[in-house]
Design a protein. Sequence first.
Length: 190
Amino acid sequence: MLLLVGLGNPGPNTDNNRHNIGFKVIDAINQQFSLSKQKPKFKGLLTTGNIENKKVYAIKPLTFMNNSGTCIRELIEYFKIDAKNVFVFHDDLDIDLGKVKAKFGGSSAGHHGIESIDKSIGKDYSRVRIGIGHPKNGKKVDTHVLEDFSENEEDRIKDITENIVKLIPTLIEKKIDIFSSKVNENLNGI
């Protein structure tokens, strides 16, 4: 069993926030692989299904970014999912917009959602870090991550999401380096 997690904040005015890129990825995965209808469960919106003949759960925690670990811990304890089979999609402002980096384990680099997950389940899970770029013109980080993507950025985010979804089978096979390389290779051609 695998768990795919998209980080973000709930609420009608947050859909297009930079911080909510993880939610966008989960929505695209749900659609591409015809996962079940989202149901409120484990303090999140949960879907289930199969990808490449593997049982998959996908969730968007509704606990707000800084408490994402609460939702994930409850779900993996209930379904007895090993943390090594958890894949978390989240924004990363230390990566340029349009780049994706995936890794297993590591530090939170100050990302509060990842810090919450680390405290709840440890660090032995995979992260797909999606670049949103650093704030410009003296804008504060909190403001930057909670703002909507600009019109110019929206097309790039759509391309990023589509490329991630195309390569989900590679990711769930735990070929993380190949996944990162191919996602970025595909994006460079756009």
